[in-house]
Design a protein around this ligand. Structure first.
Ligand SMILES: NC(=O)c1ccc[n+]([C@@H]2O[C@H](COP(=O)([O-])OP(=O)(O)OC[C@H]3O[C@@H](n4cnc5c(N)ncnc54)[C@H](OP(=O)(O)O)[C@@H]3O)[C@@H](O)[C@H]2O)c1
Length: 346
């Protein structure tokens, strides 16, 4: 047995209906060594995002396997980690970083990729760096502040409101002086939205008729719809946009596992009638401006004005559950996993 063991979850089975432990295989192997231009990091906090299921998805007939993780390779994620050793000029041992990692104790990385690795500013708790101030917080911040172009008094509706992005975006929208209505999938989530996030109204779309409730709560129509869901929820919101209405396209969780995908929007002609705008939002594009978001949100987090809601799993063994919970809707707030100590340190 090597001195230091790297516990890891490998992709074992492509997604085919069920999502859970069976898609992954536990393995213990040697800790890798960084090559020239690389760092070895010890992972501290793992972040879960619904789009990660594409990494284990089955390509459609005749489609290339591009982007998916080969069977037998470690499951990838974004994490906050500590640099253990470095052969990279930009990083030193002890640095806390945010970037690509795996469902494993230790990862070797060159810091490149979809979300390049960056140093987390000193004094920022790693769980905030992985959630409220990570990619999740960036899309919430720039989605609300920039893409939505909010004006005080406007009506703001958000789906996935009690999830990672939604729990931050709905509070930021409130701070902009908007009338905020959150859509979520359980009574507990709606309760937190009203008491924890302190927004104006919440709709449980599993037990209430969403179209009727939106019409009741937005009698003049919707000024801004922040979309984390897509599908029929997006359609209902687009149909209720008022003049000059905006739609922030952040994510389409309802479609990630839909096979075949449902037909497209039926209400889009309303965009013409209201001179509306739908705009995509990609968090990665705002990484260069993350200090703006940090500078604005860190004081709010420290003062308790902005309340980060986190759903924390404990220990690497639980990683497959983290991804599954995003699709069962069990997570309330940002789904994170706090790593337990690697075997060599116990
Ligand atoms: N554009 C970007 O750069 C960017 C960056 C990060 C995340 N995103 C996207 O933002 C969205 C939110 O991400 P997140 O990480 O904060 O996840 P999340 O909202 O914390 O978790 C996913 C939530 O989606 C809902 N859901 C699950 N299955 C659903 C279904 N079939 N139909 C409708 N809702 C369903 C559940 O909430 P309910 O119980 O309330 O339904 C679940 O809790 C995702 O679509 C994600 O891909 C985009």
């Amino acid at each position: 047995m090597p001195d230091r063991v790297n516990r890891r979850w490998l992709v074992a089975k492509r997604l085919d209906g069920e999502l859970g432990d069976a898609n992954f295989r536990w393995e213990e192997s040697e800790v890798p060594e960084p090559g020239e231009g690389q760092i070895l990091v010890r992972n501290l906090w793992l972040s879960f995002d619904p789009t990660q299921i594409f990494l284990i998805g089955r390509p459609a007939e005749g489609e290339p396997d591009d982007g998916r993780i080969p069977l037998g390779s470690v499951m990838r994620t974004i994490a906050v980690s500590e640099v253990v050793s470095s052969r990279h000029p930009g990083f030193a041992p002890g640095d806390i970083v945010h970037g690509h990692a795996g469902w494993e104790d230790y990862t070797v990385t060159d810091g490149q990729g979809f979300t390049p690795t960056y140093r987390v500013p000193d004094g920022v708790p790693p769980n905030w760096a992985a959630g409220a101030l990570g990619l999740t917080g960036l899309v919430a911040y720039f989605g609300v502040k920039e893409v939505a172009r909010p004006k005080p008094g406007e009506t703001f509706v958000i789906s996935g409101a009690a999830g990672g992005v939604g729990s931050i975006a709905s509070q930021l929208a409130k701070f902009e002086g908007l009338w905020v209505i959150g859509i979520a999938g359980s009574a507990a989530k709606c309760d937190w939205l009203l008491r924890g996030a302190r927004i104006d109204a919440a709709i449980n779309y599993h037990t209430e008729d969403l179209g009727t409730r939106l019409s009741e709560l937005c009698p003049e129509g919707i000024d801004i719809y922040f979309d984390n869901s897509g599908g029929s929820t997006l359609d209902l919101a687009v149909g209720r946009l008022r003049s000059g209405g905006r739609v922030v396209l952040c994510g389409v969780t309802s479609l990630y596992r839909a096979d075949p995908p449902p037909p497209g929007l039926t209400n889009y002609a309303n965009l013409i009638m209201v001179n509306g705008r739908m705009q995509g939002l990609l968090g990665r594009d705002y990484l260069d401006r993350r200090t703006e978001a940090f500078d604005a949100m860190l004081p709010m987090l420290r003062s308790g004005r902005l309340r980060p809601r986190e759903d924390v799993l404990e220990g690497l063994r639980e990683a497959p559950k983290g991804l599954a919970r995003l699709f069962s809707g069990d997570n309330l707030g940002k789904q994170l996993l706090r790593m337990d100590a690697p075997a060599s340190e116990r």
